[in-house]
Design a protein around this ligand. Structure first.
Ligand SMILES: C[S@@+](CC[C@H](N)C(=O)[O-])C[C@H]1O[C@@H](n2cnc3c(N)ncnc32)[C@H](O)[C@@H]1O
Length: 248
């Protein structure tokens, strides 16, 4: 079942605010003035403002909610990019590959149209100390099925591919799955969940959420996950996978 981003789009703008620390981590791989392609671009998070950017995004509603200041977006899919070979210095695929119907084909397309770096932000299948699966175990199995391993990604991207840990700040503004690892009450807000695509794939989670609510109110959650409360960032499995070299 693929996720319909036309229905996710309205809450995305409210809860998926680009995080400056994540932006800086991505930005380290991009040179000012480059020609950049952003694939699965959504509403334009993490598009470098000092570059010449073109976005590709399948969802009409996500495109419609891009701010007027954002780069031009074409409606399309990673698997069929409407560009000539080597058209871009750098390509971005930020938290999108797990939605593609053929990830290997999409990555091949990104490599074809890119002279320099292909930058992929993804999840490696291991939540680490992220605790939400203790309440909603389905989440782990759904995501584990969707995301390729970093080894698989590296094999698909080929030689000259590296990966780095992207720790998630405790106050991350981009409300993806693990963003609220130190703010459990956020998972009780329906609109916040609506901005996280995995929640559109789960079944009835009312009893898990009710347990979470009870544990937050009784102080049990804080006692159980006390070791996390003093941390300012956490490795929840997010990885920045980078293929190739800058052309500049
Ligand atoms: C979690 S959002 C990420 C959006 C944006 N990159 C960001 O960081 O906010 C995933 C995006 O991938 C898009 N997507 C789904 N299938 C795709 C495909 N086959 N090719 C390209 N993008 C796709 C969705 O429409 C959605 O906008």
């Amino acid at each position: 079942m693929s996720v319909n981003y036309d229905t996710i789009a309205p809450e995305y703008v409210n809860y998926r605010i680009p995080d400056t620390r994540i932006d800086a981590a991505i930005r380290r791989h991009i040179v000012s003035g480059e020609k950049v392609l952003n694939v699965g671009a959504g509403q334009g998070s993490y598009e470098p403002v000092d570059c010449d950017v073109i976005a590709v995004e399948p969802s009409r509603e996500m495109i419609a909610r891009r701010a007027a200041t954002k780069a031009k977006a074409l409606q399309g899919l990673a698997e069929h990019l409407p560009f000539d070979d080597n058209s871009f210095d750098t390509s971005l695929a930020i938290l999108t590959i797990h939605h593609w119907y053929d990830i290997q084909k999409g990555l091949r397309e990104l490599k074809r149209v890119t002279r320099g770096k292909v930058i992929v932000l993804t999840w490696n299948g291991d939540f680490g100390d992220f605790w939400l699966p203790d309440y909603l175990p389905e989440i782990a199995s759904i995501d584990a099925e969707l995301f390729p391993s970093v080894n698989q990604l590296t094999e698909w991207l080929g030689a000259n591919t590296t990966d780095e840990v992207l720790e998630i700040p405790y106050d991350c503004t981009d409300g993806f799955m693990c963003a609220y690892w130190r703010r459990p009450e956020m998972y009780l807000i329906p609109a916040a969940r609506q901005a996280i695509s995995t929640f559109s794939r789960v079944g009835d989670i009312r009893s898990g959420l009710s347990r979470l609510n009870t544990d937050i109110e009784s102080g049990k959650w804080h006692k159980k996950y006390q070791s996390l409360l003093g941390k300012t960032s956490l490795d929840c499995g997010y990885r920045l996978v980078v293929h190739g070299n800058s052309v500049a």
